[in-house]
Every structure is written in C-alpha cells, then in structure tokens.
Write a protein that binds this ligand. Structure first.
Ligand SMILES: [Fe+2]
Ligand SMILES: [Fe+2]
Length: 138
C-alpha cells in the first residue's frame, strides 16, 4: 500500500533535505506494502534509513546552532522509539502492524516536514549554512 506519494508540497530545500525525504518516502511505502515475512526486513530498512535521516538533520542543527526550543530532535526520538517498539511486536509475529505503522508515520511526516524540517531549512538558509558544501569541495 502506498501510504505517502512524493509531491512538490514536500519540497523544502531543493537539496540534501529533499533527497533524504525522497528516500524516506520510498522506505515508508515499502513498509506500507510489506506483508508476512517481508514486514521485519522492511521495518529494519526503514529504521536504518530513519536513524541516518534524523542524525543528519541533528548534525545540521548543531552545525548552525538551531534553537533547541523547537523540540525537533524530541519528535525524531519519539518516532524511532515507536518504530523500535513495533519491531518487537512484528518480530513476535504481528506482521499486520507494518502498514499501520507506515500510515501513522506518513501522517506524522506531513506535519513534521511542514513545520520542524521547514524551520530547520529556513534557519540553515538564514545562517548561510549549506550542508555537504564541504563534501563538494573535497
Ligand atoms: Fe526530515
Ligand atoms: Fe526532522
């Protein structure tokens, strides 16, 4: 089941944040379509992506002194905690939870991208901070 279709409404920075969000939506849709034995590997792939995705944004926050008051990383940690709790249940055989988790995370992402991620991208732009610019020069 496709739980979230990528569209222009999700574009935030025309750069690295959009690239990681495209990957996020792909992982989420694989999870949404996963049935039976496919549920656990799909969730593991989703968790692996999400750990990288959130760690990357949190590194950007630290690099450009994004105010902690916005609780951005707290939202990230909550999503990962729920995903890990659901993983225990899916590993125990409740594989039908995979599309339910994917749908819930899709609903969360719409709001998170429009608020937290957008504020972070605006803050980075205001600071003149371009993630990966140093990679491009390397
Ligand atoms: Fe994000
Ligand atoms: Fe985020």
């Amino acid at each position: 089941m496709t739980v979230l279709k990528w569209s222009d409404e999700f574009r935030i920075d025309e750069g690295p944040m959009d690239e990681i969000h495209v990957e996020f939506v792909d992982c989420l849709n694989v999870l949404g379509a996963a049935q039976g034995d496919a549920a656990l590997p799909a969730l593991d792939a989703f968790i692996a992506h999400t750990q990288r995705h959130f760690a990357e944004e949190e590194a950007w926050m630290a690099a450009c002194e994004f105010p902690r008051v916005y609780c951005h990383s707290t939202q990230h940690e909550s999503v990962l905690q729920v995903a890990r709790e659901v993983r225990v249940r899916i590993a125990g055989g409740e594989t039908t939870l995979a599309p339910l988790l994917a749908a819930a995370v899709a609903a969360w992402f719409r709001d998170h991208a429009a608020t937290m991620d957008t504020m972070l991208a605006q803050h980075m732009a205001a600071r003149g901070y371009a993630p990966h610019a140093e990679d491009a020069l390397a």
